[in-house]
Ligand binder design. Structure first.
Ligand SMILES: Cc1cc2nc3c(=O)[nH]c(=O)nc-3n(C[C@H](O)[C@H](O)[C@H](O)COP(=O)(O)OP(=O)(O)OC[C@H]3O[C@@H](n4cnc5c(N)ncnc54)[C@H](O)[C@@H]3O)c2cc1C
Length: 329
């Protein structure tokens, strides 16, 4: 195997596609039960779908725009809206920038990008070894995988913890650069509603002044047949309340949904999802980082390139694929 990639989120998937296009054999190892990482969509009951990680994505680069134009033509993505109300108006005028969503949920887009790639799911990479011929990964099932080159795409603090545990030592400069990267947490609610909700068109409120800054109606979004609302708390509130009793967190999340319930509607259940690493708060300026003094090893993900978010992960994955291809050549 030429390359192993840890993580089948947007960056890992794009890295794999890039390497394969350049003629390299590549395998992804993913700990989740599905591909997508933070492009996460949860099935709830009959016909219910809720995006609970990334809610939408924006496009600023020509590279992603080219892909999005193709995805639009294939109906894999659509324009959900042009901006969000902070709750004070029923319909936002928008800012002229499209917010794209995946048809059938954000995870469906990841599944499309993952099609026909070689991916081992449900396996946590627990150990990494280096030798003269490259890398050996060990997973939670005790299987080992070998390759000449390696791309690490988990959130950087998780990657660093795994390297340290495995006794892989980076140069001082690489360590310092990677240690600077910080992520914010996010406490997320998936609320099952009996009755109807009313959120400003196109179905969400975004108010950065509030503890719970995002409330979205997955039915109005067009992905759920049942009324399912997603709520996200901001990084400060999420950090302060990370270890609070679940009932207290849920109460706060539900209090942001209550004002949007129509007469007679009620929240019947709330599932809590805790994202320890939701979005990068500090990033690395380059789109990926090729480690010094080791067999070919590239760090990638949304924390690289200064953009963050889905677009940052997409571009970082591509850049990492090219960087590893060049290192292997
Ligand atoms: C609550 C929330 C809201 C967000 N909202 C938006 C938004 O509206 N717009 C936007 O653009 N972005 C948003 N984002 C950010 C966006 O989801 C991410 O920037 C992007 O999906 C990151 O992709 P990635 O490939 O870098 O990382 P990830 O998607 O995290 O992929 C890393 C993968 O590595 C896997 N992994 C980790 N450790 C191991 C291991 N040891 N072994 C095997 N596999 C491992 C993980 O399971 C994961 O699948 C949001 C994120 C969250 C959590």
């Amino acid at each position: 195997m030429d390359a192993l990639i840890v993580g089948a989120g947007m960056s890992g998937l794009m890295a794999a596609r890039t390497l394969r296009k350049r003629g390299y054999s590549v395998k992804i190892i993913e700990r989740g039960r599905s591909v997508g990482g933070r492009l996460a969509t949860r099935r709830v009951g009959e016909g219910g779908l809720a995006d609970h990680g990334a809610q939408f994505f924006t496009v600023r680069s020509d590279t992603l725009q080219d892909y999005v134009d193709r995805w639009l033509a294939q109906d894999l993505v659509y324009v959900w809206g042009m901006g969000w109300s902070d709750g004070s108006v029923k319909r936002t005028a928008g800012d002229g920038h499209a917010r794209y969503a995946g048809r059938g949920g954000m995870n469906a887009l990841a599944k499309h990008i993952a099609r026909d790639l070689d991916i081992v799911i449900n396996r946590l990479v627990t150990g990494i070894k280096q030798d003269q011929s490259g890398w050996t990964l060990e997973d939670s099932a005790g299987d080992v995988f070998q390759s000449r080159g390696l791309i690490m795409t988990p959130p950087v603090p998780e990657t660093l913890a795994l390297l340290t545990k495995s006794g892989i030592y980076l140069t001082e400069a690489d360590q310092t650069a990677l240690r600077r990267i910080r992520f914010g947490p996010c406490l997320c609610g998936i609320h099952e509603i009996e009755g109807d909700v009313e959120l400003p068109e196109p179905g969400a409120v975004q108010n950065f002044q509030a503890n719970v800054y995002w409330v979205a109606d997955n039915q109005a979004k067009g992905i759920s047949r049942t009324v399912l609302v997603t709520s996200h708390a901001n990084a400060k509130f999420s950090r302060q309340n990370w270890d609070a009793p679940e009932a207290d967190i849920i109460r706060e999340l539900e209090s942001a949904v209550q004002p949007h319930l129509k007469d007679g509607a009620r929240i019947v259940r709330t599932q809590l999802k805790k994202w320890r690493y939701s979005v990068p708060l500090t990033t690395h300026a380059d789109e990926c980082l090729l480690a010094d003094n080791l067999p070919p090893l590239v760090f990638a993900g949304d924390a690289f390139g200064g953009r963050g978010r889905v677009e940052g992960a997409f571009l970082s994955g591509m850049a990492a694929g090219h960087a590893l291809a060049e290192a292997l050549a």
